[in-house]
Ligand binder design. Structure first.
Ligand SMILES: *[C@@H]1O[C@H](CO)[C@@H](O)[C@H](O)[C@H]1NC(C)=O
Ligand SMILES: *[C@@H]1O[C@H](CO)[C@@H](O)[C@H](O)[C@H]1NC(C)=O
Ligand SMILES: *[C@@H]1O[C@H](CO)[C@@H](O)[C@H](O)[C@H]1NC(C)=O
Ligand SMILES: *[C@@H]1O[C@H](CO)[C@@H](O)[C@H](O)[C@H]1NC(C)=O
Ligand SMILES: *[C@@H]1O[C@H](CO)[C@@H](O)[C@H](O)[C@H]1NC(C)=O
Ligand SMILES: *[C@@H]1O[C@H](CO)[C@@H](O)[C@H](O)[C@H]1NC(C)=O
Ligand SMILES: *[C@@H]1O[C@H](CO)[C@@H](O)[C@H](O)[C@H]1NC(C)=O
Ligand SMILES: *[C@@H]1O[C@H](CO)[C@@H](O)[C@H](O)[C@H]1NC(C)=O
Ligand SMILES: [Fe+2]
Ligand SMILES: [Fe+2]
Length: 544
């Protein structure tokens, strides 16, 4: 019998070893409290990213006649509805451009549950936009016809096949594409994987980000602004990696080369025609033109659930993805407490039923809790205006971009570590041609000047020196701030997998790593019983 005992002993030891190995492989969890700040410095060169040229086959027009191109799907506010968008006809660029008549081509989507049974039909609207520069020597642009059609009465969690175009014109219907609607709202109902990307642009590094993202087979893509970087070009098609360095003082207006938007739409079509993508504006979407018009490409090219979520604005809106209520906020729209966005946000938050959508996730462009020198505390006025409202409603996660690097925060509220604060994740590392952010504000000699910089699109100045904590009296910390959990200057994308009403797995994937391997991973764990009473503002948090 002793040998048997020894076998059992070895057996238990092996089991124990296996259990330890599994435990070690488990990602860390926010339940363990704030983690010690980590900075990872990649060894490879962070040389500049190079745009795909207009000769790249992936950006060229393959559609002929009135055939659709740049086909894209976006979610509506509820999973029973979705948007399909596409473009027909050719854009014009140059001297005298004459806008196409949007009534030339119909906007029809035929759809159904099988590729050979597209028995339902929806119709929508068409528009064109122009980007005009009334300045000597500058070229104008006018778009192809942009179509947006809303499908309604869909089943949640269901794959739909569709064709879009104009069935009355020969050759004007697209190939058959397919996408899946989000699962129904509910505490045990979640999309498998949500990809979160920012600041993509259209470089060879962008294609690496998108390839890595596609390999993770996302059910939804959230793009937190800075999309095509068409404003890195002059209207004659000459581009630069630093607009203000190259042309900043020589151009009468900040020019754009709008065909870059079409290139972006074409390059992205394999993703956007089959995976719903939700976009919110970044500063690169501002794109000023004649008559102080802004955001023309952004508001024309994408469909937003603005009416469906009651915002009636392309700059902020909300939608449900299973048991997640997403709120997309406008960092370049009025966010003051007396403004329309804030009032809409109050109403939207008040409507959220956390027993149906336990998760509250927000997305916008410019980060509140960044520690890089670039854009350090740039949108403090937005944070001061909106943070308390989101916190009191138990915001779980906030995704941002803008800073061209990756950073994840510990749970934080008002610059103070707080077990009920949100986790802030910034993924402005999509691969665009501007410089990657590599310098931290806490490095000696790199704390930016706290004085306001003139910027018509970021109202006011709110970034004063800290009044408490280790950086009291100063504008920057002298080491990686405690609120910063992990930061790294590599290109990549993130994947959010919500498992149930308390656990979500966040993974950040670097472009230089093999598909599937994660650079940063963490279980973001909600504690509703500890934190959610705060969302009932009529009941004091620590009252009787
Ligand atoms: C960008 O892509 C190039 C290859 O196209 C690669 O050599 C470089 O390392 C990439 N940069 C980063 C920061 O990933
Ligand atoms: C572009 O459009 C503006 C506004 O219509 C006009 O003033 C300008 O002359 C146009 N540019 C060219 C090159 O035609
Ligand atoms: C575009 O304009 C810039 C600035 O005037 C000039 O340097 C460049 O050569 C032009 N490029 C082309 C392709 O005409
Ligand atoms: C555009 O903005 C400038 C500067 O803010 C202002 O001087 C000008 O009057 C505006 N033009 C129009 C057409 O609104
Ligand atoms: C945030 O902290 C600042 C400085 O300590 C304080 O003045 C302010 O009242 C705090 N805001 C909230 C909403 O707690
Ligand atoms: C704010 O902090 C900076 C250093 O970070 C310092 O130079 C400046 O004097 C401080 N301003 C005030 C008003 O304390
Ligand atoms: C939620 O998911 C996590 C991770 O998969 C798991 O450990 C936990 O037991 C789940 N909780 C419930 C209530 O299902
Ligand atoms: C909020 O608090 C008030 C007062 O304590 C209570 O009457 C109400 O039922 C609470 N509502 C929720 C949703 O917990
Ligand atoms: Fe940006
Ligand atoms: Fe950017």
């Amino acid at each position: 019998m002793p040998s048997n005992n020894i076998n059992m002993w070895w057996g238990s030891l092996l089991l124990l070893a296996a259990a330890v190995a599994v435990a070690a492989a488990e990602p860390p969890s926010t339940l363990a409290g704030p983690s010690r700040p980590v900075t990872v410095t990649p060894r490879e060169n962070r040389g500049h990213a190079v745009d795909l040229p207009d000769t790249d086959p992936r950006v060229q027009r393959r559609a002929t006649g009135w055939a659709p191109e740049q086909v894209a799907v976006a979610l509506s506010a509820a999973p029973t509805s979705a948007w399909v968008s596409w473009i027909t006809g050719e854009f014009q660029m140059g001297g005298t451009v004459k806008p196409l008549d949007p009534r030339t081509v119909g906007s029809v989507v035929r759809y159904g549950l099988a590729a050979d049974s597209l028995v339902r039909e929806a119709t929508g609207d068409a528009l064109v936009y122009s980007q005009l520069y009334p300045f000597e020597g500058l070229h104008n642009y006018t778009s192809g016809i942009i179509h947006h059609v809303r499908l309604q009465g869909l089943e949640p969690g269901t794959k739909y096949y569709y064709q879009c175009g104009d069935p009355a014109i020969p050759g004007a219907m697209s190939a058959v594409h397919a996408f899946r609607t989000m699962p129904a709202a509910g505490p045990r109902s979640y999309p498998g994987r949500i990809a979160v990307v920012g600041d993509l642009g259209l470089t060879y590094n962008t294609t690496s980000t998108v390839d890595h993202m596609t390999s993770n087979r996302p059910d939804l893509v959230v793009l937190v602004g800075d999309v095509s970087y068409a404003n890195m070009y002059l209207t004659n098609g000459t581009g630069t990696d630093c607009y203000s360095c190259s042309f900043g003082k020589s151009t009468p207006i900040h020019e754009t080369y709008q065909p870059r938007w079409d290139y972006w739409g074409r390059y992205m079509e394999p993703v956007t025609s089959s995976t719903p993508m939700m976009v919110v504006e970044g500063n690169h979407e501002i794109e000023e033109q004649i008559g102080n018009k802004t955001f023309a490409a952004y508001r024309s090219r994408f469909a937003f659930p603005s009416a469906e979520s009651g915002s009636f604005s392309p700059f902020y809106y909300s939608f449900d993805a299973g048991g997640i209520h997403f709120i997309m906020l406008g960092a370049y729209a009025d966010y003051g407490r007396s403004g329309e966005q804030y009032r809409w946000l109050e109403k939207d938050l008040a409507k959220v039923d956390r027993s149906v959508t336990p998760w509250l996730v927000a997305g916008w462009h410019a980060p509140w809790y960044t520690t890089y020198k670039a854009h350090y505390r740039e949108v403090e006025c937005m944070r001061v205006a909106m943070e308390e409202l989101l916190y009191s409603h138990g915001l779980d996660i906030a995704f941002t971009g803008h800073v061209h690097a990756y950073e994840r925060s510990n749970r934080v509220f008002n610059y103070t570590l707080d077990p009920c604060g949100a986790v802030y994740i910034s993924v402005g590392d999509g691969g665009n041609r501007e410089k990657m952010a590599t310098t931290h504000a806490d490095e000696p000699g790199h704390c930016p000047d706290p004085r306001p910089k003139p910027n018509a699109f970021i109202a006011g100045f709110c970034a004063f020196n800290f009044t408490s904590g280790p950086a009291a009296g100063r504008f920057c910390w002298d080491r990686q701030p405690d609120y910063s959990a992990y930061r790294e200057s590599s290109f990549g994308h993130g994947i959010l997998e919500v498992k149930n009403e308390t656990h979500a797995l966040w993974r950040w994937h670097r472009n230089q790593d093999l598909y599937g391997s994660a650079g940063d991973e963490i279980y973001i764990v909600r504690e509703p019983e500890r934190c959610l009473h705060k969302h009932n503002s009529t009941r004091p948090a620590h009252g009787p």
